[in-house]
Design a protein around this ligand. Sequence first.
Ligand code: SF4
Ligand code: SF4
Length: 582
Amino acid sequence: MCDLIDKKVIIYGVGRFRKDFLYIFDKLNVKYSVTDNEQLVSIEKKVKYFKCLEKENKNKYVVVICEYSKENAINNLENMGYVYKKNYWNAEDLFQELDKKYIQNITEDLFGTIDYLFFEKIRGKKLVIWGTGNYSSELINANPQIKIDYFIDSNLKITGKLYNGKTIKHPDMIQDWKNIYIIIATINYYYEIRDYLIEVGLKENIDFALYRTALHSPFKTQKPSEMLIKTIYDKPLKKRNCFEPFSHIEVNYEGGMCLCCPNRIEIPGGYLYKVSFKEAWTSIVSKIIRLSMINRTFSFCNKNNCPNLNFNDEIMNRDTIICEDDYKMKQTLYPEHINIGIDNSCNLMCTTCRNKIKIANKEEKKRINIIADKLLEIVPYTKTLVMAGNGEIFFNESYRKIWIKNENEAKRDTIYVISNGILFNAENWNKLKQSYNNVKLTISVDASTKKTYDRIRCGGDFNKLIKNLKYASMLKKSGELKFFQLNYVIQSLNCFEMDEFVMMAKKLNADRVYFTRVMNWGTYSTSEFEKISLFDNNDIIKDKYIKLFKSNILKDPIVDLSFLYNFTDSNGEYIIKKIVGE
Ligand code: SF4
Ligand code: SF4
């Protein structure tokens, strides 16, 4: 196959397939293209009628078929004596070449929902699941590629029996605790099991973890060959365009570098823990994602999470090239916008986010610093830095290292700070001012009274927060702070204070109040979450909460409820959008 890449190539096909193929295989030495449609011969200088192949020296060139339907091409070539995989190839045969390097970067030849870091964690250990109930089967179904050694269950009635073909052992039977990694597949007994395992000398999140924590990764991985087939064969959307992946990156805790928000494009271009920024930015996966913008298929975009996409748009014929010139687009040297959320450590433990204080341990810090150092190489060259998607920007050392500019460095352009506000003080403001021309600030508050604040944002200090909000307000009024937003995650505990919150935000000169809904990041059991969410399991707003959105205060121009627009009432009406009058 590599021989083929070194040879001169003639492409059989002249449509979108060829354009997409050559965008990815841009190093091929292409002599010209052929078609069996005589009318298309004159459209481009380097397009000939396929009969010219009769005169070519078959040993000097190879033909690559870039057609959706290959039958005609194959017949024509074989009638002229061309032999498959000797003188001609299907384009798809080359796609597997793309997988080889990518697999090395991912560390394991495994693709699925499992976090690659998980395999590093369990290397050399036996993998054991504690629990043989629903969660256990959910875990096995979602991750068929994991190899389980045995199960643990304290129910004596099932000791020694088989579950999913593996033995169920009672905890008293385990001798080699140090040589196993345990995924706890139960929520109700998690803390009980955790205490037991700590007592036998194991460490949480090192030797064992709750199944969601152990396996959950916000990222998906997919073979480049499969991605390329998907986007080449998907159909384009007529009216949309988006070039976000040419200018934007978001880097999260796992070090996965996504070319859009990870909720919208879940496949990272590369893992910064493993590869350099340049390798991730120019990786084959990044290139294929960019191709899906150029060919307008948006094959890897999550349509539910992206306001730019409307999949009800007119879908074009597969061969349609929406804009020929876009195929000339390449990535720039550095992205214009970087959004960083690599360190979960935080001075608070909000009930919506975690159930204990999280501070990176030694191992995590080592990994975070590797990623931070790679980001530091590019941050000075970007236009907008957004920090921090998770963890607290003013609390984490790794973040301070990134957002405070070096003495010798020129002032940076713009930072968009997302903080819980407890450490937003004069000292940190001065550092921001020295480092950036423009500072934009978002503070997550989630309450308008001390009582509610204390229930939700554990570890916080409402009085201190108010003092810091007033300081931000003063900076906004003086024009030093360019933008000031307050965030509010709505749930049953705070939903009756929304009006009060908007009034407070107006007094504080906020530009925007952004309301979102509470999500379950694994801190609530299903029944707890059902109680605190304003929405039912089908994402339909519960009747008793509809009236809250009828308040006139929520129609104030500073209020942004757009996050909630896509949710409906039980009649299927986009009720919040309708009430607010958008
Ligand atoms: S998800 Fe939306 S914003 Fe992101 S790249 Fe796709 S179209 Fe653009
Ligand atoms: S302040 Fe933000 S990062 Fe910290 S615990 Fe609360 S929600 Fe999580």
